[in-house]
Ligand binder design. Sequence first.
Ligand code: CMC
Length: 436
Amino acid sequence: MGENGNGQKNTLTIRDNRTGREYEVEILEGDVIRAMDLRQIKVQESDFGMMSYDPAFTNTASTRSSITYIDGGKGILRYRGYPIEQLAERSTHLEVAYLLLKGELPTQSELDQFVHDVTFHTYVHQNLTNLFKSFRYDAHAMGMMISAVAALSTFYPDAKNIDDPEVRWNQIVRLVAKMPTLAAYAYRHHRGLPYVYPENELSYTANFLNMLFRIGAKEYKPNPVLERALDVLFILHADHEQNCSATTMRVIGSAHADPYSALAGAMAALYGPLHGGANEAVLRMLKRIGSVDNIPDFLERVKRKEERLMGFGHRVYKAYDPRASIIKRTADEVFEVTGRNPLLDIALELEKIALNEDYFVERNLYPNVDFYSGIIYQAMGFPVEMFPVLFAIPRTVGWLAQWEEMLQDPEQKIARPRQVYVGPGPRDYVPISERG
Ligand code: CMC
């Protein structure tokens, strides 16, 4: 057990007042102790030993990661050390994907190769169109996507070989490439429109927009401002360290499931309205509020806990979410092309009032990434059901980076939390005829 620069020991002494015994445990980098070091604390030798109780993992580090850094107090987000603001301004989603997956920004030839590989894996097996056709016309896009990604595992049985780095990389490329295609199929199914196949000469986002919005054989040229805005939104959503869906990805992956099955699970977690489903919930909320005049009433209901202000609050950020600031700026550029979304006025006023109310100030509740993203998506012509899908496409990169890191971490094993059992003690089975 070492010392820090001031000659102080990097240890924590724990005194168990039940026994009077003291234990010295090591403090690791990042002010953490190993939960397993608590296990030695016992009253009797036969005891199981002490555990920490942490429902919802509010104070538990599940991994040592070198992918994404967040300082929630200062509103800082970095991918592999690079500030999100610089990446959003100067990079592209596929370059950021390479950075997150490989750890370093690519050289030109590495980027060209990666873009080429992703571009040429965008097609999905034709049988998948039958899967989409089997859904009702009003099926939610996320439900279709989760099923389609799970179905992909049956098309690539080699993906089970998770110990082979080359096999893993092939699945990573396939997933990054095919997500926009599947998302476009989900959208076209919903609209009753024929599916549009990928166009390999288009960029990642232009190809996606083409598969979504092209009508007939007419060439579809996405507006470059919208193409870039979508790319920026993809960069902002690419990873966010150990959130609910990334943790799901790691947990399923820790059982050595194939990456498609694990990613379908991560998507299911993202679908929830407290996570990636919040962007859809924000839009429905803004529509329900309907006009600026109704905001004070709505906020009163939020303060009485009858409502939740969707798109506000975050487990980690206790300051303005840096992604929300960038999205707000991107919104102005998008609205110059699409015209202003009238819901923006409600959102801006809601933010202004909320940020001055004690309820929100005391709880450090600020707009998060989902507060403004939906307004942009709507202006670009996406129906609300597509919003969580638009989150899932770029987050696929983060999930896969987290999965890859987990599999290579010698400290990781199958995830398996402990519990504190609070149910009945032992009792005898009672035949049904004798139960009162
Ligand atoms: N509206 C009203 N009150 C809120 C909100 C909100 N959006 N968020 C938190 N609070 C209150 C909460 O009721 C609690 O109050 P009290 O101390 O009186 O009990 C206090 O703030 C602390 O909240 P918490 O629920 O303990 O915080 P958490 O870290 O467990 O939850 C959250 C984080 C994101 C789930 C929550 O803030 C929330 O539900 N926000 C709305 C949904 C949302 O926008 N989710 C997207 C998150 S960012 C992107 C992503 O993760 O996908």
